[in-house]
Design a protein around this ligand. Sequence first.
Ligand code: PHE
Length: 368
Amino acid sequence: MTNQEIPNLTAFDDAALDQAFAAVEAEARAAASTLTDESSVEAFRLQWLGRKQGRLTEISARWLKSAPPEAKKSLGLRFNALKDVVEGLLSQAAGSGPTDAALAAEIIDITLPGTRRLTGAEHPITRTLNEITRVFAALGYSVGVGPEVETDFYNFESMNFPPGHPARDTQDTLVVANQERRPLRDRLLLRTHTSPVQMRTMESQPPPVRLIIPGKVHRNDAQDATHSPIFHQVEGLCVDANITFSDLKGTLDHAMKALFGSAVKTRFFPSFFPFTEPSADVQISCIFCGGKGCRKCKNSGWIELLGCGMVDPAVFVFAAEKQPAYDPKKVSGFAFGMGVERIAMMKYGISEIGQFYAGDMRFLGQFV
Ligand code: PHE
């Protein structure tokens, strides 16, 4: 911007002075508004405040010195006010980052896509856990939890695995070190199943109980395509007067249909667990071939999915030590336990259990 020459003043009344100073001030503001970088700020400083050729020096020379004595005072006041304005403009431009002009020059393309934030999602195991829990919540079950570091008593003894009993060998156990000085029942281990929460719950509340227990469990098993030393189970417990095996069958048949579709059939195979009598393994008709027989069901048409049975009276006897209402002559009940990974693998067609724990976004991203 080229500066206009400072005109000579012809009149010195207030109106004429206001007009003359306003014009110069407007010019200074306009110049300041175009400043974009350090060098243009420096040029502005020289141009306006430079001692020899600055415009303020020029104004002082032309206007102040030629003014009649009676106008000098009001001229001087206006001159100082102008100087304040120009100095203010300069310090503003020098000290405050990008100026308005710099901002105006910056081109913002509003059609560019914004920064994407990844949306979090439920892990497939959590999702399956929640799905199973919801099925039972709809039947009036409440949700319970218990500790992962458990005592021998809750994990085994109270679940009717006596010390030294060979049934303990079916759940190869990770134990906490340096517990030998404690009585066996108090020794700590990583729970091998969610069943100990059955006992903890019965000890803390009288019947009736309808409870679902989702949780993490640990076994000293080698990892392979379908086994992991850490996995998840959902346990169920129902205790009341007159609970029968028919109730167990009806409940699990309903749950399997809710989880895998109403076409699914269930069948109950004799099995053994120390804490249920009778015990059964539940099989569902193969969801891949509809029961005709395929590789997934080893041509049997059936897939084994969970363990269950009627609560063994010996378990009620342990519970009755703290809650006498669990008298095996008065109450009966059923329990079941299912592996969450196994169910998730079937539902989502996953063939490697390790995928659940690898933290690979290419895998997890499919569940968003
Ligand atoms: N706790 C058993 C297991 O981990 C499963 C089970 C639970 C069986 C409840 C019967 C009743 O193998």
